[in-house]
Design a protein around this ligand. Structure first.
Ligand code: GLA
Length: 381
């Protein structure tokens, strides 16, 4: 660490500490921006923000412990940067300043426990933690949903990923030992007990994240919109794939390319799976829940085509191991993690086997993380 950074840290007077978690998603992938259903929750790994006001009108300094680097900025001159992580910060500040002029100069130290590019949404944690912290530090009185939506806009406008609302919503709104059944059409939600015992949620990180993730992600979104455009020329009230039933889609089968037909079929089926998964979870039918996770993966692999060979390898491997009842890729795809429901007594044994098999196949180290459904963004007491 450079001498300059040391001085910054030594002179820092912590006024507020915010804990901003990553998220998992049990099922419901690529449904959020189609106004569909998702079943995410926050986890026990997070980004920790320390804040102090610095008494200036508009000068801010943010130190990232992860990157051992500092971002200096002037609130009056916010513009996008060439450095990716800075755009999450700048994007949130830009969106905040659009709705309030109460934010003044502040300093911040950011420390992360979240692996980057793993599909557990370190980006939403970064955006929402900053927005939440500044809301408290300057007493902006913004509601949680406003913080969530402005964080999502920051990602659209400054980072360039046209993401849905799931990650930001889960990061902020989750509660301990619960999962959120979220209807992304209107952000109404229901909390369901995350009672998976004797199974544990194990994340396996491929440690690959393909560069095209953001552009391919946006392409999927455009493909879904293209389907809606075609269908809404006849059915005027159809605004998103959420409004499209299987029978309406079949009616347009000839007009749609096979690719677009597959994309839309996946989304419609995934929405049905989320609702069914929530029901069976409430009933405690974990075997059925796990089957739906596998089906979700196969849809993402073959119909929606956002998986990759490393993720498929992990899911295929788990299918021969009956102590794992469900496995699927999680998040945007093209790399990142699989989420697995594994019997708690067999985790160590399984990790030895899968790590070896993965390394033999790809010469990449597989890393793992146990995820515990946890509280959303909060102030450290
Ligand atoms: C990313 C996006 C989310 C969601 C998932 C896929 O995590 O940020 O909005 O679309 O991909 O389900």
């Amino acid at each position: 660490m450079s001498k300059k950074y040391k001085e910054f840290l030594e002179n820092f007077t912590e006024e507020l500490v915010i804990l901003s978690p990553g998220r998992i998603n049990l099922i419901g992938e690529h449904t959020d921006y189609n106004n569909g259903f998702v079943l995410p929750t926050a986890i026990d790994k997070r980004i920790i923000f320390s804040f102090e006001k610095n008494g200036t009108d508009s000068q801010c300094s943010l130190y990232s412990v992860t990157y051992d680097t500092m971002l200096h900025l002037d609130l009056k001159k916010i513009k996008p940067s060439n450095i990716e992580w800075e755009n999450y910060i700048l994007g949130v500040l830009h969106e905040l300043l659009e709705i309030t002029d109460t934010v003044k100069g502040f300093n911040c130290i950011i420390k992360s426990e979240l692996p980057i590019g793993a599909g557990i949404s370190s980006s939403a944690a970064l955006e929402c933690g900053l927005a939440y912290g500044l809301n408290k530090l300057f007493d902006l009185k913004l509601q949680k949903i406003t913080l969530i939506e402005l964080s999502q806009r920051a990602e659209h406008n400054y980072v360039g990923t046209k993401c849905g609302i799931m990650d930001q919503f889960a990061s902020v709104m989750s509660e301990r030992h619960k999962v959120i059944l979220l209807d992304c059409m209107n952000t109404t939600y229901k909390l369901i007990d995350a009672d998976f015992d004797p199974y544990t949620i194990l994340l396996l990180n491929t440690n690959v994240s393909h560069n095209l993730a953001s552009s391919d992600y946006n392409t999927r979104r455009e493909e879904c919109e293209a389907v809606v455009n075609i269908i809404s020329s006849k059915y005027k009230n159809i605004k998103s794939l959420r409004d499209v039933t299987k029978s309406i889609l079949t009616e347009f089968k000839q007009e749609l390319s096979s690719k677009l037909y597959q994309r839309a079929s996946y989304v419609i089926e995934e929405n049905e799976r989320v609702l069914l998964a929530s029901e069976v979870l409430e009933r405690g039918d974990l075997q059925k829940f796990g089957e739906l996770m596998y089906q979700s993966h196969r849809g993402l692999q073959h119909q929606y085509q956002v998986s990759c060979k490393e993720l498929d390898f992990l899911v295929d491997f788990s299918e021969n191991y009956n102590q794992i009842i469900g496995s699927r890729m999680m998040g945007g795809g093209f790399g990142g993690c699989t989420i697995n429901l594994i019997h708690k007594d067999t985790i160590d044994d399984y990790l030895i086997k899968i790590k070896k098999a993965y390394k033999d196949r790809f010469t990449i180290e597989l890393t793992s993380l146990i995820a515990v459904p946890s509280q959303g963004t909060s102030i450290q007491e």
